[in-house]
Design a protein around this ligand. Structure first.
Ligand SMILES: Cc1cn([C@H]2C[C@H](O)[C@@H](COP(=O)(O)O)O2)c(=O)[nH]c1=O
Length: 211
């Protein structure tokens, strides 16, 4: 049975780059790693609807925090069997964004903290009700909002398919979201967390050594 390891952080934190470095490091050590990412745009109808929502195209549903969170959760529910199969054959399943994204962004949208009702609503829905696998460990890639926003902006300018969505372009939402992530990590929400400084080059070797 492999370990389910999740990378979380703000838009533009560098989760993708970290996932690649961790995968390379683990693979070099002989581990079988499977990489996954949520939302599964282009693969799951709920993920595609969530993207429409993020770009303001779902009207009232875009405005509904629970409605948007439900779409992201349904994407994960549809992936749960695949994730269990991945865990059966890999040493590590490394996931870029997972249940904590829903908790952190939902709470940020509602101006709640990690003790707010949406965080528990997400846990009860995704873990208890949908039976989505619980992570073994979560990594919070911490960067200041200004750094994350700069990175998201430059990604947008070099890649037209990466137009920033309504969450990414809202700096005050990102600030609140960063705070909720810190609280989730402090509380060990769903699993133990590790907080990694994402401003410079992350030392993937020492990160991996502790898995
Ligand atoms: C996976 C996931 C993402 N999100 C948010 C975070 C991002 O701002 C946005 C899209 O994610 P992405 O930019 O990583 O593709 O959706 C949630 O609110 N809940 C979730 O469950």
């Amino acid at each position: 049975m492999g370990k389910l390891i999740v990378i979380e952080g703000l838009d533009g934190a560098g989760k993708n780059t970290l996932a690649r470095a961790v995968t390379e490091e683990l693979t070099a050590r002989g581990a079988h790693v499977i990489g996954r990412a949520f939302p599964r745009y282009g693969e799951d109808i709920h993920a595609d609807l969530a993207r429409d929502g993020l770009h303001g195209r779902l009207g009232d549903l875009t405005e509904s925090v629970n409605g948007m969170a439900l779409l992201f959760a349904l994407d994960r529910r549809a992936a749960a069997d695949q994730l269990r199969a991945d865990l059966d054959r890999a040493d590590v399943v490394l996931v870029d964004r997972y249940v904590a994204s829903n908790a952190a962004y939902g709470a940020a949208r509602l101006h709640q903290d990690a003790d707010g009702e949406i965080v528990e609503w997400v846990r009860a829905l995704e873990i208890d009700r949908f039976g989505i696998p619980v992570p073994d460990e979560q990594i919070l890639l911490r960067v200041p909002v200004a750094v994350a926003a700069d990175r998201a902006r430059s990604r947008e300018s070099t890649d037209a398919t990466r137009a920033r969505d309504s969450y990414e372009s809202d700096d005050s939402l990102q600030t609140r979201c960063g705070r909720v992530y810190e609280q989730l990590a402090d509380r060990g929400w769903l699993s133990p967390w590790r907080v990694v400084d994402g401003v410079g080059q992350v030392d993937a070797a020492s990160l991996v050594a502790a898995f």
